[in-house]
Design a protein around this ligand. Structure first.
Ligand SMILES: [Fe+2]
Length: 341
């Protein structure tokens, strides 16, 4: 398990790659709004870098999906769905080529939302039937925007077109049923909803990753393929990265890493001490390290804190934790590779 030094180094490297992707998505969204071409080869190279980093350490990039703000939902959602789809696909042992096709489609899946009038896209209340009809055009419009570009593979285009299909045939635009929906679509549709419900949006507050998994499981019947929902739960763990938790000694912490062995005992970052005071120097703690400790006061996760009832901003903490050093990405990749070889 990573030391504090490793944790910071992985997170800072992941942040640089994340920032490069973010810069690209901002530019791409402007281009789509202004009906200008999109640079698909740049998107491919960014997805390649994301996949490379996720194969080394998925936890750091998963932690970065919590770097979000209500007014930037469309921007961060594009990046997060790409990251989460890559992490889930890695968990399912999909081939590296498949990962990158999937990641490209996921990064661009909502591209046509940039052409939806802001008064509909950012409406704080419920859509009228007419407004919902406009929202539902974005998969086909996204497909139409991208299909003329020979650089975009069909597998990626399919994700743009079909990410709102549901196994009961009540999705859109083609009302496909279970057997007609590919594994790429099945896994993207789950991570799409996961990021949507864990994000603050103009019309609702985000829920905890823990609660989001519970909700997605309860929506399985009709919406999602059970096998993939269970796979996603296994991928994310009981307390997914980014979950705020109360510990048995009264401390407050955020989950920063999980592995197959540590579903109930993740690695956490202490945020507040037992008296409710914020730590000036945050400490990481591996709950697994005391698994075989028989003492009655060993540290456990006692409960999950829902973001909307907490004064703690996970995004702000993450912003501080992932501040990048003045070291080149290439140097850091080489260093991390040398550590794992
Ligand atoms: Fe969508």
């Amino acid at each position: 398990m990573a030391t504090r030094y490793d944790y910071r180094e992985h997170l800072q490297l992941a942040r640089k790659i994340y920032n490069n992707t973010r810069t690209y998505v901002v530019k791409t969204h402007q281009n789509v709004r202004n009906v200008k071409p999109i640079d698909i080869s740049k998107a491919k190279s960014l997805v390649h870098n994301l996949a490379e980093n996720i194969l080394i350490n998925p936890n750091a990039m998963m932690w970065l999906t919590h770097l979000k703000a209500r007014h930037e939902y469309t921007l961060t959602h594009s990046i997060n769905v790409c990251i989460l789809a890559l992490i889930f696909a890695k968990h399912l042992d999909l081939h590296r080529t498949e990962l990158e096709l999937l990641g490209l489609g996921a990064l661009l899946h909502d591209i046509a939302k940039l052409r939806i009038p802001p008064e509909i896209l950012d409406k704080p209340g419920k859509f009228t039937d007419e407004e919902f009809a406009v929202m539902k055009t974005h998969p086909i419009e996204g497909y139409n925007i991208l299909k003329e570009d020979a650089a975009i593979p069909n597998e990626s285009l399919e994700i743009v077109l079909h990410h709102h299909e549901r196994i009961n045939g009540k999705g859109y635009p083609d009302e496909l049923t279970n057997d007609q929906i590919s594994k790429h679509i099945k896994l993207t549709s789950i991570v799409d909803v996961y990021d949507a419900v864990t994000s603050d949006r103009c019309y609702h507050d985000g829920i905890s990753p823990y609660k989001a998994l519970q909700n997605i499981y309860s929506w399985t019947s009709g919406h999602f393929d059970k096998q993939y929902v269970e796979g996603f739960m296994s991928c994310m763990g009981i307390y997914p990265v980014g979950t705020l938790v109360n510990l048995s000694d009264g401390k407050t912490a955020v989950v920063i890493a999980t592995t197959k062995k540590t579903k109930l005992r993740p690695m956490v970052l202490f945020i507040k001490d037992s008296n409710g005071e914020f730590y000036k120097q945050r400490k990481i703690y591996n709950l697994l390290s005391q698994k075989w400790d028989n003492s009655t006061d060993r540290l456990e996760v006692k409960g999950v804190i829902e973001p909307k009832v907490s004064e703690i901003s996970v995004s702000k903490i993450l912003e501080q934790e992932s501040l990048t050093p003045q070291q080149s990405t290439t140097q850091q990749i080489d260093k991390i590779k040398s550590l794992i070889e």
